[in-house]
Ligand binder design. Structure first.
Ligand code: B12
Ligand code: SF4
Ligand code: SF4
Length: 369
């Protein structure tokens, strides 16, 4: 086993740990600091109050880990982007959450790496972070050569790797020499989009302006991060998403299957076991049912009320859907409509659930929405 003495040996160890891509960059203050602060000033962080906290640390790793000199960045590929077989009776889960919880899967391996580094580099600090600390993971990844940031704000790996990636970092006081082409790709930097605007055009709520996402309207934020009622004008955009949204990645040319992209595969831990949920079933969930559904940590980020609210929105969309590939039968429409009408009147339910159910019940029970 080689000692982890330099960047190439660390990247090699990351690959051995099963990461699709890994790299090293200097810990530096964000050149986009002002864009980050403006995003928060504009309220584009929506319900995520934590994004307004610790901004100084978020834009400067040395504020998070005093004396930070380098960042080790890794990526797991969690999906290949195979199109879903869709059915309006089932609410889709965003691909990153369909298998095991990436926070757990990545953290276990990054902790092992950090422990090894602590033994070889006594006196240095190594802080592991998978969404768990205020830092700009995509920016570190871009700088470490894992890919480039697209207009949808996601990190797109080079050479067919695409954006079905989750990221993790180790911020350290250790001085490491950056490896710009560590992704195994062409190491190129700059704009991966050119004149393409597919994600901007396809986003059902218009949440994307190039290189910025508005979390007040992004379905991912509305279904996973916000416990509030979803305004009527956004409800119809939910479609068949019950947890998160993948549209801005599904349409991206960098995620279309090619021979090279197929070779990358996906890490086996993310093999889907919860790709979609029966909408009517979720509409009937009690808190105990939610608990018993064996949702992993990432899926439990949405509470029982949020799941039921999301299911009510998906039900409203299914009831309004005229051209679905597998439209509801008259009986199914009746049952779904009765359930949302019941929820809308149930005073034991919170406002977000009742409002979503009321919006769904506004669709007529008969054929044609
Ligand atoms: C908050 C957050 C969200 C929010 C806000 C999204 C956002 N774009 O910021 C919400 C809830 C909407 C969200 C949704 C999703 N998220 Co999220 N999210 C985060 C989190 C925790 C922080 C992101 C952040 O710092 N935002 C701050 C704002 C200011 O960033 P920004 O607007 O993108 O601006 C930056 C750049 O665009 C750049 N920039 C600004 N101007 C310009 C101009 C040019 C030309 C360029 C090149 C760059 C540039 O400067 C800014 C600073 O870097 C990160 C984890 C982390 N700690 O990094 C995960 C993270 C970004 N999310 C992730 C994922 C998987 C998702 C979803 C795909 C999940 C889903 N399917 O539902 C969606 C995708 C939606 C989307 N298009 O962004 C992954 C992304 C992996 C990847 N390939 O990039 C991350 C990295 C989590 C992880 N550990 O893997 N997320
Ligand atoms: S995740 Fe969905 S709603 Fe959010 S920016 Fe992407 S396409 Fe738009
Ligand atoms: S869809 Fe087009 S504009 Fe959007 S990230 Fe992909 S290449 Fe860039």
């Amino acid at each position: 086993v080689t000692a982890l003495c330099d960047s190439p040996s660390i990247v090699e160890r990351c690959r051995a740990l099963g990461f699709a891509a890994a790299g090293v960059c200097r810990a530096q203050r964000s050149p986009h600091e002002e864009a980050v602060r403006q995003w928060v000033r504009d309220g584009r962080h929506g319900a995520m109050d934590y994004m307004a906290d610790e901004l100084d640390a978020r834009v400067d790793p040395a504020m998070m880990v005093p004396g930070a000199r380098s960042v080790i960045v890794v990526a797991d590929r969690y999906a290949t982007g195979t199109p879903d077989v869709r059915d309006v009776r089932r609410g889709r889960v965003a691909r990153y959450a369909r298998g095991e919880d990436y926070h757990v899967v990545m953290r276990a391996r990054l902790d092992a790496l950090a422990d090894e580094l602590r033994r070889t580099h006594v006196g240095h600090r190594f802080r592991v972070c998978v969404d768990t600390a205020p830092t700009l993971e995509r920016e570190h990844a871009e700088r470490a050569g894992l890919g480039r940031i697209g207009k949808n704000t996601l990190l797109i790996g080079a050479d067919g790797l695409g954006s079905w990636l989750v990221l993790g970092v180790i911020v350290t006081t250790l001085e490491l020499v950056p490896l710009p082409s560590a992704s195994g790709g062409d190491g190129s930097t700059g704009d991966p989009c050119g004149s393409c605007t597919r994600c901007v055009d396809a986003c059902p709520t218009g949440a994307i302006s190039p290189w910025s996402v508005d979390a007040r309207t992004c379905l991912s934020a509305l279904t996973i991060e916000s416990a509030d009622a979803v305004p009527d004008h956004l409800a119809a955009a939910v479609g068949d998403w019950i947890f998160g949204c993948d549209i801005c990645q599904e349409v991206c040319p960098h995620n279309q299957p090619t021979r090279r992209s197929r070779e990358w595969g996906a890490h086996p831990a993310y093999e889907p076991y919860a790709a979609s949920f029966d909408v009517l079933e979720v509409l009937g969930w009690t808190t105990d049912d939610w608990d018993r559904a064996r949702l992993h940590g990432a899926l439990r980020r949405a509470t029982r009320d949020m799941w039921v609210r999301n299911a009510a929105l998906a039900a409203g969309c299914a009831l309004r859907e005229r051209d679905a590939p597998s439209p509801l039968t008259a009986d199914e429409r009746g049952t779904l409509h009765a359930r949302v009408a019941e929820l809308a009147e149930d005073v034991r339910e919170g406002r977000s659930v009742r409002e979503a159910a009321r919006w769904a019940a506004d669709a007529t029970a008969g054929a044609g929405g």
